[in-house]
Design a protein around this ligand. Structure first.
Ligand code: NAP
Ligand code: GDD
Length: 327
């Protein structure tokens, strides 16, 4: 589906995050009026959408605050709502479990309730996650695989997932979830392992550091590119009926393999530079994830375009160029 959706209006929560910035570009290209919910902070967090200044409407609000969500919906009058806002970093969820539940779980009920009251005709996308599968019950994971979350973040996302199903069934809202597996890009936050490796390798290649401390090198993830994944979000809201979809590549790779490709593309041997630091191990780990995106392929016509090697290369080379001041 590539046709323009001229005249449609969208509200993106989490527009300042990795996915929010790609989704804003995606919708602007399709002729949408795009509004983004932005929370107050003591310094600006608009770097990822600076290049879109003047093209997106900024609406102030916070998932903690019900009245701000109602106001955001009234001001932006969306046909489509993309809820990407969350406390999304797993280790922080162990340190701040109540805040994570407030934002990532209850915040979604606040948004659904605001939608029910003032925008019941809109369509809503919820950012669900493969972290809900946690200690996996089957491989590969699909829409029917039972959930077994392993962190306060995963638990909060399961709550949000079922809240979305419940508002669909109980109130007839067009609300659906994308169960997205890990997706990365040069805009990934620095604390996530992929960007930590890409940046670490680039700094070592530039002679700024000599080693990189990581946690569990055996963990396996199904890593795709964020630009591909926001396209799937949009496709889900163009369907006639709301339905939940697994979005994944169907391939799994270890953190160790990520290191090998990232350091390798800068002419380095990762084994010389990476050391394991127990500080980066988690109280409970998700050992391996790999998704089955068959339903998305068959019903949405979606498939990933960027390979694992190309993703790692793009992130690492962008970081190397950033250090040279040429990005
Ligand atoms: P991200 O880069 O961490 O962005 C999170 C966004 O949420 C930021 O814009 C942040 O705003 C906003 N936010 C945090 N707390 C908020 C609050 N109380 N009120 C309003 N906004 C708040 O995350 P991402 O990687 O783009 O992921 C987008 C969504 O998809 C998240 O819900 C994440 O949990 C989910 N997800 C991500 C992946 C992945 O691999 N990336 C996979 C599955 C699901 P500030 O800029 O102000 O901090
Ligand atoms: N962050 C980090 N830092 N992770 C490390 C490190 C390290 O130094 N060393 C090893 N890892 C391992 C983690 O233990 C985990 O198994 C894996 O690398 C990936 O960690 P993250 O990149 O932090 O991502 P995540 O899988 O925990 O969560 C991301 O993906 C989820 C989808 O499955 C986030 O984007 C979540 O918001 C998202 O829902």
């Amino acid at each position: 589906m590539t046709e323009k959706a001229g005249g449609k209006r969208a509200l993106i929560t989490g527009i300042t995050g990795q996915d929010g910035s790609y989704l804003a570009e995606h919708l602007l290209e399709r002729g949408y009026h795009v509004a983004g919910l932005v929370r107050r902070s003591s310094s600006s967090r608009l770097e990822r959408i600076e290049h879109l200044e003047g093209r997106v409407q900024i609406v102030r609000g916070d998932l903690h605050d019900q009245s701000s969500l109602v106001r955001a919906l009234v001001e932006s009058r969306p046909d489509e709502i993309y809820n990407l806002a969350a406390q999304s970093f797993v280790p922080t969820s162990f340190e701040e479990p109540v805040l994570t539940a407030e934002v990532t779980a209850v915040g979604v009920t606040r948004l659904l309730e605001a939608m029910r009251q003032v925008a019941p005709e809109a369509r809503m996308y919820q950012a669900s996650t493969s972290e809900m599968f946690g200690q996996v019950r089957e491989t590969p994971q699909r829409e029917s695989t039972p959930f077994h979350p392993r962190s306060p973040y995963g638990v909060a996302k399961v709550f949000a997932h079922w809240a979305t199903v419940n508002y669909r069934e109980a109130h007839g809202l067009f609300a659906c979830s994308g169960i997205l597996f890990n997706h990365e890009s040069p805009r990934r936050g620095p604390e996530f392992v992929t960007m930590k490796i890409a940046r670490g390798a680039a700094r070592i290649a530039a002679g700024l550091d000599t080693e990189l401390a990581l946690g569990n090198l055996d963990a396996r993830r199904d890593w795709g590119h964020a630009a591909d994944y926001v396209h799937a979000m949009w496709l889900m809201l163009q369907r006639e009926d709301p339905r939940d979809y697994v979005i994944a590549t169907g391939e799994t790779h270890s953190v160790r393999e990520f290191c090998e490709v990232a350091f390798g593309c800068l002419g380095l041997d990762w084994k010389t530079h990476v050391r394991v630091d127990p500080r980066f191990l988690r109280p409970a780990e998700v050992d391996q994830l790999v998704g089955d995106p068959s339903r998305a392929r068959e019903e949405l016509g979606w498939s990933p375009r960027v390979s694992f090697e190309d993703l790692v290369r793009e992130m690492t080379e962008t970081e190397a160029r950033r250090l040279r001041g040429s990005v």
